[in-house]
Design a protein around this ligand. Structure first.
Ligand SMILES: [Zn+2]
Length: 73
C-alpha cells in the first residue's frame, strides 16, 4: 500500500492506494489504452485508490497519470 495523492477523492488529498487486483486489470488496461494510447500497459506500474467508493487508478511513479475505472456491472 502507498500513501499518495488522489485527484478523484474530495479535496484531492492523500489516500491509501493498493495493487490492482486480477479483476481490475482488464478495466485498467482499457482506461490506460484510451487515455494514453502510446503507453504499453504494465499492471504493476499502476495502483488503485482504496478509499471507499473511489475508482481512481494511476501510475505509482506519477499520480497525475491515470484514470477512473468504469462502474462494475
Ligand atoms: Zn481516491
Amino acid at each position: 500500500m502507498a500513501w499518495v495523492r488522489c485527484p478523484d477523492c474530495p479535496g484531492s488529498d492523500m489516500k491509501w492506494f493498493g495493487p490492482l487486483t486480477e479483476e481490475e486489470i482488464p478495466a485498467a488496461r482499457q482506461v490506460v489504452a484510451e487515455a494514453r494510447p502510446e503507453e504499453y500497459f504494465v499492471a504493476n506500474a499502476y495502483h488503485r485508490c482504496r478509499h471507499e467508493g473511489c475508482r481512481r487508478i494511476q501510475r505509482r511513479d506519477d499520480w497525475k497519470r491515470g484514470g477512473t475505472l468504469p462502474e462494475e456491472g
